[in-house]
Every structure is written in structure tokens, then in C-alpha cells.
Design a protein around this ligand. Structure first.
Ligand code: ARG
Ligand code: ZN
Length: 843
């Protein structure tokens, strides 16, 4: 059934304390709870309902007297006194058979939990909703050497540990870990002088992969003090790496649990991209301690309150640690690839949804990434100082509370005196605004005329104008900046802004730093683009101009069989060989737009995309670029000197340019350079980069075997091995390759990383997934049908591969419809997958 934001009512009881005892057993863990409830005077509904799923009730009592609660949909009900009372219950659960990886489960012999969003109800009967916050004491009995939970340790004996978390928290932040683990210890002294014990806990054998994550954690703790004035608040902070994990990581209070792929790092096994991602995710989960934990969400509709804000915070952190320019371009690429894609299809939804069936289906690019863009726009509109003041007020006012987007915005209205009512529409209105711009030039005045429209999305036909901050700068004809970045605040459907007193007509640089999550449509010729590419002071704009040239070239090749545009080839040569520019930036300019991006662009232009044609055009352009730059490639390819690897922005930037050059070089030299790099590399970035370059040139068979032989015992590296083969398979081979890999002895659909390594890669291989045979559609559907009963969350998430189906021709649409209907007809299909597939089909 559907849950609506407008139906929110507070729970009838507050909780004064929670005491839990776990007696661990793989198939028969006992959970004993003792919870002190009291009537909540702020609530009108006094029904005593506790969530509970897949629990075997052994006994229950109220104030010491045994009771038999009534079983109702999703939990139990009982009659309770109209005064404070103590609820006690004992339940039995089976972690070992829990393949959904939600609640308490086992992974490689260790116990772990994942409670967000609604997993705690699979641990014990409880009001499993974020607005019920309580202080927990947890006793764990088990023969594992390491027994962890939230908060501070209070007792440690043989086979028992007791933890107390003094900070009231909702149940979704509960965590427990037990196993044979080894810690990488360190400590951090907070700015007020409190010493905090830090640990990263891993399985034996992984202890040499913790140092980088630990440094990232300490940098995050310092950054949150310096930038937001936020200090850590417990004596200990633990991180645990778990192999089987549905998401990236989880911010449980004082006990963050990570997908091992998002914390374990070493030069030999991790790529530069892995290092960067690990640093960002460690920061993200740490930052949740204030934005999410100390102040949490009133209900799950407010998910973006913690996620959008925390993503924004981790993005700024990464920018400070590395390069803001490069980081911003990467963010925009991700936003467009995932969030714009989502906004353009049947799964489009507001950053704050108004209804859901299964909340796990709303941990989306829209909630996370567009949610972060909203924070960035707010800050740009009110300025850095007011932003910091508003945050301080929010933290002061709501510490220990479960709040809403309205509460968040009210803090900024108060410190700025601004009315944010129109701005708030960013949270409620789905879809990507289209911003059209034209220019008029008269008597030394340049006028920029804008119109905005947002296309209809499911359930939202009519759209209102949004508040759009448009960052603009003007570049004079000689290449000098005549007007530095100015933020235009658009609030109407149509609006013009004039810059006066200009000597000669300048070129406008519009939407600098990608100041709003919109699609800018602007008449601009290749010469002007090349001019901005050469002279703009804004790195995002420079990259954007190169990207537009590349896209137009590819579209013309696809639609008109045109030859690659010389303007594009000359422009990239100029940037890529410009030794004065940051190599990381040059590598980004070197990259081509993705096939999926081109498919959407064609569709938006009223052309039905042909995936094979898109693939062929892109391959042909790759060959042209390689030949055009053949003289420069050998100097651009600069392998890291053995023994000098560092995983920082500088080293990583150099390698990304070098490897981009290598992938072109492999098309010219028969793979000679890549083969030798593969044999010599002392780091995974270059070893995998060399293999990737070979595979995308149709080579690398023996290297692939060597890679497997070398890394067969490393799960995370083997994920790369699986992914690379599917990702680089030719369009007519992709389904075959993925199918064959699904029979490899190391394949299992019980490990989400491994499943994604193969089938996530298949759906990301655009021409392979959409091959005219329909083989990949059928294979993915088969896999999703068999995964659903094991792991509904991953199944539902991966069904999003079909969200773009309405772009394609009738044959493909017909084949996809058949597969979606086949999935939907599966007996006992999960609520998660049913909701997703129905929404996709309703397009
Ligand atoms: N709160 C986690 C994070 O963003 C994500 C957990 C999502 N879990 C889920 N089952 N949907 O850091
Ligand atoms: Zn988060």
C-alpha cells in the first residue's frame, strides 16, 4: 500500500530507554528487549503498534505481566496503560538465512546489520520510524572475539560486551557487528581537547588496506570542525568493512558499516578512482553524525534533508582535499548521467517525494544528487556567510530532533530575512528545467533573455517557474574577462538581464560552475565555443564547450554520416597538449560523451536513437582522434615511475591523462604500449587501465587470463575483472559474455558487488544492452527474477536499467515490455521490485 507525506502523525508514545540483549546464533539468535514507553502528549493517535517482520515471538510482557499481542499487518498491537510502562519481549531471528542483507545478517561468518531505512523491524518489535528517538544500551553475547555496537563501550568480558549510546537516536541508526576482526587503530583529538579512539575493523588479511581510509577519517573530522564547527561526540568511532552490503556504506551512530569496496584501499588493488571514492564516502558517513544523526528526519519523505545536505558537504570536502574544478566537472557528469536520466523517464520524482510504496526505492540520484544541488543553489543565492549562520542556527535549534525540510529552510529565512517559499519548489517539483537563452546587443548593452519551462513528469503535469541562480561572466573580444562572475536570480517564466556600458560586444559565459541543475539551450556556434574553450576563466564552462563540440560532432556523424568536425579535433588538441593546464582537467576534456548521453540527446531532438549507430560513430571518432593526435600521444602517455605512486589528486590527474592517451594509442600501436604497462605497473590504476585499453582495442586475451591468475583470491579486484569484460564486450557479444561469466565459479548473486560487477556492467554497456536481438534484455530479466526472492533491494534497483525504454524504437520497446511484464508476473515478487517495475511500465 502507498504511504503519503500528508498523512504524517506522531507516534503515541515516547521512549525513555531501550535495553537490548543479543544471544548470537547463526540460525537462532535471541533478541531480548526492554523498552520504557510513556504516552506522548503531542500525539492524538494512542494506538500501540510496533513494527515487526520475520520475527518469531517467544514471549512478551507489559510491566512484568505476560501479554499476547495481536498480530496485525506489518507488526503487532497491544493494550497498554495510559501512563509510563515497560515493554519486554524476546524474539528469535535467523541471520544466516537472511540474504536480503537487511536487519541482522551474516556475511563470511561475521554478523552485521543494516537497518536504514526499515530493517530494525526485522530485529525486534519496535516503533521503527525515525521520529522516535531513544537512548540505547546493548548487550551482546557471542563467542566472536570482536563484539561491537553503537556508542561507548561500558563492559567487556569473555563472550560478552555491553555498549551504551548516550545520544538519542532512531532505530535506523542501530548497528551490531560480531566476528573475527582485526583493527587498524588510531586516535583524533577534537578541537576542545577530547581524545577519540578510532578503529577500522576488517577481516584478517585486509589489515594492510586500512591506512588510507583512516587518514580520510581524520581529515573529515578536522574539516567538519573547521568548516561547520561540528565536533565528534563519543569516546570512540568504529568503522567496519563488510563484503556483502547492499549500498556503499551506513552512518550508524559511532559504528559506521561499509561495503568493503568503499573502505579497503591499497596501491596494488585500488584504482585512483577507488581512492577518491573511498575518501568521499568515509567523509559522507562521518558528516552524517551531525546531518542525519544528531538531527534526523521526521519521516522518510524528508530523506533529502540528511542525504542532499550530506552529499553537498562531502562534495565540498573532496573539492578542498583535491581540486574544486575537477570535482565539479565530475559531479555534473554524474548528475547528468543518473539524475537527468531519472528525471527524463517514468521514475522521475521530486527531491522530497509525496508518496511511496517501498522507501528503499527512493535512495535515488534525485534525492542524493539533486538534493545536493539544491543546497549549492541556496548557498549561492544567500552567500557563504549567511549559509554558515543558517547552518549554525539549524544545528542549535534542532539538535536531538527529527525534523523536516520546512525546519531546515526556516533557519535560512530567519538569518537572511528572505522568503524561501518559491525556492522550496525545488523540493516538490520533479523534472529538469529547460532554460533557453537568447541575446540582444545594442548601444554597448548586452541583454540576456531567458525563458524556463519544466516538462511534465509522472503525476505532475503543470510546473511553476523555479528560482534559478544563473552565474554569468562576460569575456571581451580580446579574451579578457570584462565582467567577472555575477549571479542572476531568475524567478519568472521569462526574464531578461542587461549588462550596460560595454565597449565591444563580449561573449557571455553562462551557467558557470553549473550553478543550477537545468538544461541550458543556447544558440552558439562552433567558433564561439572554441573561443570560450580557450579564454573562459571558469573551468566548468571550458570543459562544457569542449563537451558540446564533441557531442555535436558525434550527433552529426550519427544522423548525417558527417565527418568529425575539424573545430572539435583542433580544440581538443589545443587543450590536451597544453602543458600549463592541470592534467586531470585535460583528461576530462579528452573523454567523449557516453552512448547513453547521446541516446538521450537524440531522443530530445525528436530522433529515435539507434544504439548500434551511436556505438559505431563513437568508435569511429575514437579512431579519428587517435590518428589526429598520433604525434602527441606518445608524450602524453607517461607511466608512473615504479615506486613513486601516491593516491593524491596530483598523481591521479597525471595517470588519468596518461591512460586516456594510452587508450587512443592502443588503437594505433597494436597494443604495444599497453601490453608493456600491464606487465610493469606497480599499481592497480595502471594495471587495470592498461588492460582496459587493450580490451577496448579488441586485444588483451592473455592479459585477462594473467589478471585472473594474479587476483583470483581478491574479491574486490575480481569484481573489476568481471566488469571490464562485460563493459568492453562488442554490442553483439555483451549478453553472451555476461551469461558466460554468470557461470564462472567465482560468480554469485548473493554478493551484491559481484552481481553488479556483471549485470550492472551489462546494463551500462549501452549498445550491448540494447542490442537488436533483445538477448541482454532477456538475460537481465532472468537474473532479476531469480535474484528477487534473495535480495529485493538490489533487484529493484537494477530494474532501473529499463527506465529509458521509451526512447527506443517499437521493436525494442516491445521486447522490453515483454520482459518487464514477465518480471511483474513472477509469483511472490517483492514489494520493492513490484513498485519499480510498475512505475517503469506506467510510462
Ligand atoms: N544512509 C546511507 C548513506 O547514504 C545509505 C543507506 C541506504 N540504505 C538503504 N537500504 N536504502 O550514507
Ligand atoms: Zn548518506
Amino acid at each position: 500500500q502507498t504511504i503519503h507525506l500528508k498523512d504524517y502523525t506522531p507516534f503515541g508514545y515516547r521512549i525513555d530507554s531501550v535495553e537490548l540483549t543479543f544471544k548470537l546464533h547463526p540460525t537462532a539468535t535471541r533478541v531480548i528487549s526492554k523498552i520504557a514507553f510513556a504516552p506522548n502528549p503531542a500525539a492524538s493517535d494512542t494506538r500501540f503498534f510496533l513494527h515487526g517482520e520475520e520475527l518469531e515471538l517467544i514471549s512478551a510482557a507489559i510491566d512484568g505481566a505476560p501479554v499476547i499481542p495481536r498480530k496485525v499487518e506489518g507488526g503487532i498491537e497491544a493494550d497498554v496503560p495510559d501512563a509510563p510502562f515497560v515493554w519486554e519481549a524476546e524474539v528469535e531471528i535467523s541471520p544466516e538465512t537472511n540474504t536480503a542483507l537487511e536487519g541482522l545478517y551474516m556475511s563470511n561468518g561475521m554478523y552485521s546489520t543494516q537497518c536504514e531505512a526499515e530493517g530494525f523491524r526485522k530485529i525486534t518489535f519496535y516503533p521503527d520510524r525515525p521520529d522516535v528517538m531513544a537512548v540505547f544500551t546493548v548487550r551482546i553475547e557471542g563467542d566472536q572475539p570482536v563484539l561491537l555496537s553503537n556508542g561507548n563501550p561500558v563492559e567487556r568480558g569473555d563472550g560478552v560486551a555491553v555498549w551504551h549510546d548516550p545520544w538519542p537516536k532512531p532505530s535506523y541508526l542501530f548497528a551490531l557487528v560480531a566476528g573475527e576482526l582485526i583493527n587498524h587503530p588510531d586516535s583524533f583529538t577534537t578541537k576542545s581537547g577530547k581524545e577519540v579512539e578510532l578503529n577500522i575493523w576488517v577481516r584478517p588479511g585486509d589489515e594492510d588496506k586500512c591506512a588510507f581510509g583512516m587518514e580520510a577519517l581524520k581529515k573529515s573530522m578536522k574539516w567538519d570542525e573547521d568548516t561547520y564547527g561540528r565536533e565528534y561526540d563519543l569516546d570512540i568511532f568504529n568503522i567496519v568493512a563488510v563484503d556483502d552490503f547492499n549500498m556503499g556504506a551506513m552512518e550508524n551512530k559511532g559504528l559506521n558499516i561499509f561495503n568493503s569496496s568503499c573502505v579497503l584501499a591499497s596501491q596494488a588493488t585500488s584504482t585512483d578512482a577507488n581512492f577518491e571514492r573511498i575518501e568521499g564516502i568515509i567523509a559522507h558517513e562521518y558528516f552524517h553524525n551531525w546531518t542525519g544523526n544528531r538531527i534526523t528526519c521526521r519521516d522518510w519523505f524528508q530523506l533529502c534533508l540528511k542525504e542532499g545536505l550530506t552529499v553537498y558537504r562531502d562534495q565540498m570536502f573532496s573539492g578542498d582535499m583535491r581540486s574544486h574544478a575537477v570535482k565539479r566537472i565530475e559531479e555534473v557528469m554524474i548528475l547528468r548521467a543518473r539524475q537527468f536520466r531519472e528525471d527524463n523517464g517514468p521514475l522521475a520524482h521530486p527531491v522530497r517525494p509525496e508518496s511511496f510504496v517501498e522507501i528503499n526505492n527512493f535512495y535515488t540520484a534525485t534525492v542524493y544528487e539533486k538534493g545536493a544541488e539544491i543546497i549549492g543553489m541556496l548557498r549561492r543565492l544567500i552567500g557563504d556567510e549567511a549559509y554558515r549562520k543558517g547552518c549554525d542556527l539549524y544545528f542549535d535549534r534542532h539538535d536531538g530532533e527529527a525534523v523536516t525540510i520546512e525546519d531546515w529552510l526556516a533557519s535560512f529565512e530567519e538569518v537572511t530575512g528572505r522568503d524561501l517559499a518559491q525556492f522550496k519548489q525545488w523540493y516538490s517539483q520533479a523534472g529538469t528545467p529547460r532554460l533557453k537563452m537568447s541575446e540582444t546587443w545594442e548601444d554597448g548593452a548586452l541583454t540576456l533573455n531567458f525563458t524556463q519551462t519544466t516538462p511534465p513528469t509522472p503525476g505532475q503535469k503543470e510546473k511553476n517557474p523555479q528560482v534559478i541562480p544563473i552565474a554569468v561572466g562576460l569575456i571581451g573580444p580580446n579574451g579578457d574577462e570584462v565582467v567577472p562572475t555575477t549571479v542572476l536570480e531568475m524567478t519568472e517564466a521569462e526574464q531578461s538581464f542587461t549588462f550596460e556600458g560595454l565597449g565591444a560586444r563580449p561573449v557571455a559565459s553562462v551557467l558557470r560552475d553549473f550553478s543550477a541543475p537545468v538544461i541550458l539551450e543556447r544558440e552558439i556556434d562552433d567558433a564561439t565555443r572554441a573561443f570560450l574553450l580557450a579564454h573562459d576563466t571558469d573551468p566548468f564552462q571550458t570543459w562544457e564547450m569542449g563537451r558540446m563540440l564533441a557531442k555535436d560532432t558525434l550527433i552529426a556523424m550519427i544522423v548525417r554520416d558527417a565527418a568529425p568536425a575539424p573545430a572539435y579535433l583542433d580544440a581538443i588538441r589545443a587543450v590536451v597538449t597544453d602543458e600549463t593546464q592541470d592534467p586531470a582537467f585535460r583528461a576530462l576534456v579528452f573523454g567523449l560523451p557516453s552512448q547513453d548521453d547521446l541516446a538521450q540527446t537524440l531522443f530530445d531532438a525528436g530522433i529515435t536513437p539507434d544504439p548500434q549507430k551511436i556505438y559505431d560513430a563513437r568508435e569511429s571518432l575514437r579512431h579519428t582522434v587517435a590518428r589526429h593526435l598520433s604525434d602527441a600521444l606518445p608524450t602524453l602517455f607517461r607511466p608512473t615511475e615504479p615506486g613513486t605512486f601516491t593516491p593524491d589528486a596530483e598523481g591521479s590527474g597525471r595517470r588519468s591523462l596518461s591512460l586516456a592517451a594510452l587508450s587512443y594509442l592502443a588503437l594505433l600501436d597494436g597494443g604495444a604500449a599497453a601490453t608493456s604497462l600491464f606487465a610493469q605497473a606497480d599499481n592497480m590504476t595502471e594495471q587495470a587501465g592498461a588492460l582496459q585499453a587493450l580490451l577496448s582495442a579488441g586485444l588483451g586475451t592473455s592479459e585477462l587470463q594473467a589478471f585472473e591468475a594474479q587476483w583470483k583470491d581478491d574479491r574486490l579486484v575480481m569484481d573489476k575483472w568481471f566488469t571490464m569484460q562485460v563493459a568492453s564486450a562488442a554490442p553483439d557479444k555483451a549478453a553472451e559474455v555476461a551469461e558466460a561469466l554468470s557461470h564462472h565459479p567465482a560468480f554469485t548473486n548473493k554478493n551484491p558487488n559481484r552481481f553488479r560487477a556483471v549485470f550492472g556492467a551489462l546494463s551500462a554497456n549501452h549498445a550491448g544492452f540494447h542490442h537488436a536481438s533483445g538477448a541482454a534484455y532477456k538475460l537481465l530479466a532472468d537474473q532479476l527474477i531469480s535474484l528477487d526472492s534473495l535480495n529485493p533491494q538490489i533487484t529493484a534497483r537494477m530494474s532501473g536499467a529499463f527506465e529509458t525504454w521509451k526512447r527506443y524504437d517499437a521493436d525494442r520497446q516491445g521486447m522490453i515490455r515483454t520482459e518487464l511484464e514477465r518480471i511483474l508476473a513472477t509469483p511472490n515478487l517483492s514489494r520493492d521490485t513490484t513498485e519499480m517495475v510498475s512505475r517503469i511500465l506506467s510510462a
